[in-house]
Design a binder for this molecule. Structure first.
Ligand SMILES: Nc1ncnc2c1ncn2[C@@H]1O[C@H](COP(=O)(O)OP(=O)(O)OP(=O)(O)O)[C@@H](O)[C@H]1O
Length: 177
């Protein structure tokens, strides 16, 4: 089974994906590393720009039928059996990306994306099986337990959990207004 873990940068995809892969005994794939290793896309400054169709085509050829957890903010464009969209309070996204030394522009862009559900909406356009998981206030282990329980129960779709419009006031300092 191909499990795609997606979400805004800083929500915790890498941490959760590695742990989930370990718990399931699945291969872990970082999508950015996969693209770089396979010469897919082009570096523009610090950013890797990829053609999602090319990425999906190559990924399907290499991983179809395998058990893999694929981690990346473009993983919902892959032919996955299930897409897990991790969510986190936009303030946490802002704090984590500030700690990583991202520019104000990049932090604002990502906090805004989390606030208005950009990745969730994209994922729903791409795949029928989308599960949203709110990581706020949970440990990575708790998030993985929640994902495993949903998969074991055969849940294929669960969305509409978070509404960050309620916390808009708390993240104004991060926004590009
Ligand atoms: N419940 C949680 N789930 C995942 N990460 C968490 C959680 N709580 C705290 N964290 C912390 O948040 C940070 C998330 O970083 P991580 O690199 O996993 O995010 P990411 O979404 O993969 O980011 P990027 O897309 O930029 O690589 C880590 O320092 C992790 O320890």
């Amino acid at each position: 089974m191909i499990i795609a873990i997606t979400g805004t940068p800083g929500v915790g995809k890498t941490t959760v994906s590695k742990l989930l892969a370990e718990r399931l005994g699945y291969e872990y794939v970082n999508l950015r590393d996969y693209a770089l290793e396979n010469d897919i896309g082009e570096m523009k400054g610090d950013e890797l720009e990829v053609e999602v169709d090319e990425l999906a085509y190559n990924f399907e050829r290499d991983f179809k039928g395998k058990d893999v957890v694929v981690d990346g903010h473009l993983s919902h464009f892959l032919p996955a059996d299930i897409v897990i969209v991790l969510r986190a309070h936009p303030r946490l996204v802002g704090e984590r990306l500030t700690e990583r030394g991202y520019s104000k522009e990049k932090i604002g862009e990502n906090v805004e994306a989390e606030l208005v559900d950009v990745i969730l909406v994209e994922a729903l356009e791409e795949n029928e099986n989308v599960i949203e998981v709110d990581t706020t206030g949970k440990t990575p282990e708790e998030v993985v337990d929640e994902i495993l329980e949903l998969i074991e129960k055969g849940v294929k779709k669960r969305v509409g959990l978070v509404d960050w419009s309620e916390v808009y006031d708390e993240v104004i300092p991060y926004l590009r207004l």
